[in-house]
Design a protein. Structure first.
Length: 158
């Protein structure tokens, strides 16, 4: 049985709402997203699907991962990835697939999802997600249990 991989990515730096209410990536954020995606590709990330929240900053970050890691992957805005969404929707979606995934979303949702996937209490666990960074998880039991394989933060790629 092959290992399943999920990479959780906090969207790259966006402009403030006073600049643009849609909150696209800033120039620094676009460069950071490109660098993180290239690092993921260099570490062998080849998702069958790239999920994002639908917000512009997440979609733009996810597009960098699509381009760098697998341009043929399914690119989808998924329900349950908004900043304050309950974790159960995303957790159920991950559990229903055996595909390797890249999931691009927001704080505080992604750290809670990460903690639940690795078996910690979503509000109390010590596991965190780096700001504008990513955490790669691996499961060798069809997604029943997950462990952290590696992580990267935006400053590491500059």
């Amino acid at each position: 049985m092959a290992d399943q991989r999920v990479v959780l990515v906090h969207h790259a730096e966006a402009v403030g709402p006073e600049v643009d209410t849609r909150r696209p990536l800033s120039a620094r954020g676009r460069a950071g997203a490109t660098a993180l995606a290239r690092l993921a590709a260099a570490r062998g990330v080849t998702p069958r699907a790239v999920w994002h929240s639908g917000k512009l900053r997440a979609r733009e970050t996810a597009a960098e991962f699509l381009d760098a890691c697998n341009p043929l992957a399914m690119f989808t805005a998924m329900r349950g990835l908004q900043p304050t969404d309950p974790v159960e929707t995303a957790l159920d979606a991950v559990r229903r697939t055996s595909d390797d995934l890249v999931i691009v979303g927001h704080l505080p949702h992604l750290p809670r999802l990460l903690r639940r996937l690795v078996g910690e209490d979503e509000d109390q666990g010590p596991t965190s997600l780096p700001l504008h960074g990513m955490v790669a998880l691996v499961s060798n039991d069809n997604g029943l249990t997950w462990r952290e394989a590696w992580r990267a933060t935006e400053p590491e790629v500059w």
